[in-house]
Design a protein around this ligand. Structure first.
Ligand code: ADP
Ligand code: MG
Length: 237
């Protein structure tokens, strides 16, 4: 299985603001992402990073332009098809873990399986693979921030998504936990051949992806190739 290639063709996204000018969150962004590769999206706060992920997840449509995932123009999908695609093929990770506080780690992962859609790995087996077996039966508030985020990632990965979208997944973690979270995402991506897109402010995290792009004021402002962490000082993430 290889993750689908993604083509963004002149994407724009505007938000109407009552009583003020519309906000242009994304403006004329074109990008080709090869299937099965990893990409970091960097840029200052408010430059459109989360908006771009939301469009890729099919959570909202672009105002202009087209998005092709695996050769399919996602604007042509019905709401039901779009929801099914998200359930079966998409793994979403956010800055704050989105675990339910009254379910244990393994129950949180199992919940994703219970929601249906596609094949899945037994939750306990996955947690063991991710070195979280000792924490499987703990509630989220018995885990550290880094452990909670790794459980969230397990929940996002349990159905072997072809596309993994992570929005500042290390944003609330220290450097050591952050490294562990990126290890998990990259291991999963390499093992399953999924396409991985990570929004991050952290130059060390960005440097571990195959490609790094930068947004500024909703426009594509540059691209860096594979870079060593020590060289990221001028990346202006
Ligand atoms: P980032 O994730 O890079 O910090 P966002 O994609 O969240 O940036 O936001 C880009 C711009 O779009 C910002 O100016 C933000 O205020 C605006 N924006 C995002 N979502 C909405 C919305 N639902 N309504 C109005 N403006 C929005
Ligand atoms: Mg954001």
């Amino acid at each position: 299985m290889t993750g689908d290639p993604i083509i963004l063709d002149r994407i724009g996204r505007r938000y109407a603001v009552p009583g003020a000018d519309a906000v242009c969150a994304l403006d004329d962004v074109s990008l080709d992402i090869a299937g099965g590769t990893s990409l970091a999206i960097t840029g200052p706060s408010g430059c459109g990073k989360s908006t771009l992920l939301g469009l890729l997840a099919g959570l909202e449509p672009p105002s202009s332009g087209r998005i092709w995932i695996g050769g399919v123009d996602i604007a042509t999908l019905s709401d039901a098809e779009s929801a099914r695609l998200r359930r079966e093929q998409l793994g979403l990770v956010f800055q704050a873990d989105n675990l339910l506080p009254f379910l244990t780690a393994v129950e949180n992962v199992a919940l994703q399986v219970a929601l249906g859609g596609g094949d899945s790995q037994p939750p306990l087996e996955l947690l063991s693979e991710l070195h979280l077996a000792d924490h499987a039966h703990k509630l989220p508030d018995q885990l550290s921030g880094g452990q909670r985020q790794r459980v969230s990632i397990a929940a996002a990965l349990v159905k072997a998504p072809r596309l993994i979208l992570a929005d500042e997944p290390t944003g609330s973690l220290d450097a050591r936990s952050s490294g562990g979270v990126v290890d998990l995402l990259l291991d999963a991506q390499r093992k399953s051949g999924a396409t991985l897109i990570v929004v991050t402010h952290d130059a060390d995290v960005a440097a571990r992806m195959d490609r790094v792009i930068r947004l500024h004021d909703g426009r594509l402002a540059g691209e860096a190739g594979p870079i060593a962490p020590a060289e990221t000082g001028d990346l202006r993430v």
